[in-house]
Design a protein around this ligand. Sequence first.
Ligand SMILES: NC(=O)c1ccc[n+]([C@@H]2O[C@H](COP(=O)([O-])OP(=O)(O)OC[C@H]3O[C@@H](n4cnc5c(N)ncnc54)[C@H](OP(=O)(O)O)[C@@H]3O)[C@@H](O)[C@H]2O)c1
Length: 368
Amino acid sequence: MTADRRRYRVIVWGTGAVGSELIATVLDHPDEFEIVGARVYSEHKHGTDIGTLVGRESIGVRASIHVDAILATDADCVLYAPRITDLDDVCAILAAGKNVATTAFLFHPKRIAPDDRERLLEACRVGGTTVHGSGLNPGNISGVLPLALSGMSRTIERITLQERADWSVYESTSITFGAMGFGQPAERINVAENEFLAFNSGLFTEQVWFLSDELNAGIDEVTATVEAVPAQEDHRIFDHLLRAGTTAGQRWIWTGRRRGEPLIEIEVLWTVGGEYPGHWPTPEHGWTLTIEGDPSMRTHFFSLASFTRAVDIREHVRSASVATAMQVLNAVPAICAAPPGFATMATLPLIRSRVGFGNDTPEWGSVQ
Ligand SMILES: NC(=O)c1ccc[n+]([C@@H]2O[C@H](COP(=O)([O-])OP(=O)(O)OC[C@H]3O[C@@H](n4cnc5c(N)ncnc54)[C@H](OP(=O)(O)O)[C@@H]3O)[C@@H](O)[C@H]2O)c1
C-alpha cells in the first residue's frame, strides 16, 4: 500500500477539546495539511486567527461563525467536531463537495434513521463526497479493536466492552453537570428527559449493532438500561458543588441480544466526586474489552500524556481528545480516496499514523 501524497486542505468545524487538537496537529504538519477555515460557535471566537485560537502564531486565516462563508471555502475535507451534530450542516458540507471526517456521529450508518441515511447519501451523491465517523469510543476501541481481535477467534460467545471513568478531572463542568446530568436528581437520568444522554445512548446502540453486523452475530435487539447513583456527601468539582443526594454515578449498559441471549454488551461506569458504588463491577480505569469464546481474550486500554515523563493531570486528561482527534485526522487520505457515500470503520483500510515517528519518507507502506 502506498499513501496518497497529496496535501489536504481542511476545515475544522468546532474548535473545542477535539477541534483544538486537530488544528494544532494540522499546523504541525504543513506538508500534509493546510487549514483553510474553522467554524466556531461563540461570538467571541468569530474573526479570531485560527493559529492564535490554539495558542500558536497567527496564520492569516480567521475562524468564522458564518456557515455560508465556510461552505464557500474550497477544501478537501471538513473535520467535523461540534458538541451537537446538525445534519443540515453536514448535508450542506457534503453537497458542497467537501468530504467529512467526524468524531461526533455516524459510527454505523446502516442503522441510523432511514430518512437521515437517505439525506446524507443524497448529499454525498450531489457533492461526490464521502463521510466517515470514528474516534476513541465510539470508534477505535469499540469498533476497530474488537474486529481486529476477532481475527484470532474460533468461536465467540460474548463481547463486552467496559468503560470506567471518573469525570471529576474534566474542567468542562458544563458538559458533566449540564449535558450529562451529574448533580441532578437520579430520576432525571434517562433518555426521555435528557437530550444529550438520548443522543449519546443512540451512538452506543449503533456501536453494538456495528459489531453485530460486522461479526455476523445476528442480534435482533439492542436495549439500553441506566442506573443513577446519588452522592453520599457534597463534593467540590472545579466551579461546581455536587450536592449529596444528587447523581454522582451513572451505569449504562447497551445489550445486543439474539433470541433473548445477550451477545454484545457495552457498559459505561461513570462517576464524579470519587465515590464508587460498592455493588458495581470494578474493571481498571479506562476500557476493558473482553471476548469470551475460543480463545477468550481480554485487553485493557487507557491513554495518558506519557508513561515516562512527569506530566500535569490536565495533559493526561487531554490525551483522550488527542486520540479521538488523530483517529479521524489520520483517516483523511483514506476518506478522500474512498468512493462517494459512507466510509466506515469496517470499509476503510486500517487507519494508521504516517508521521507519528517524525519521519516523513514520501513513499511509505508495506514492503512487498
Ligand atoms: N468518538 C469519540 O470517541 C469522541 C470522544 C470525544 C468527543 N467526541 C465528540 O466529538 C465532538 C467534539 O468533542 P469536544 O470534546 O471537542 O467537545 P466540546 O469541547 O464540548 O465542544 C466542541 C465545540 O462545540 C461548539 N458548540 C457550542 N455550541 C454549540 C452548538 N449549539 N452546536 C454545536 N456545537 C456547539 C463549541 O464551539 P465554540 O468554542 O465556538 O463555542 C465547542 O468548541 C462532540 O460531538 C463529542 O461528543 C467523540
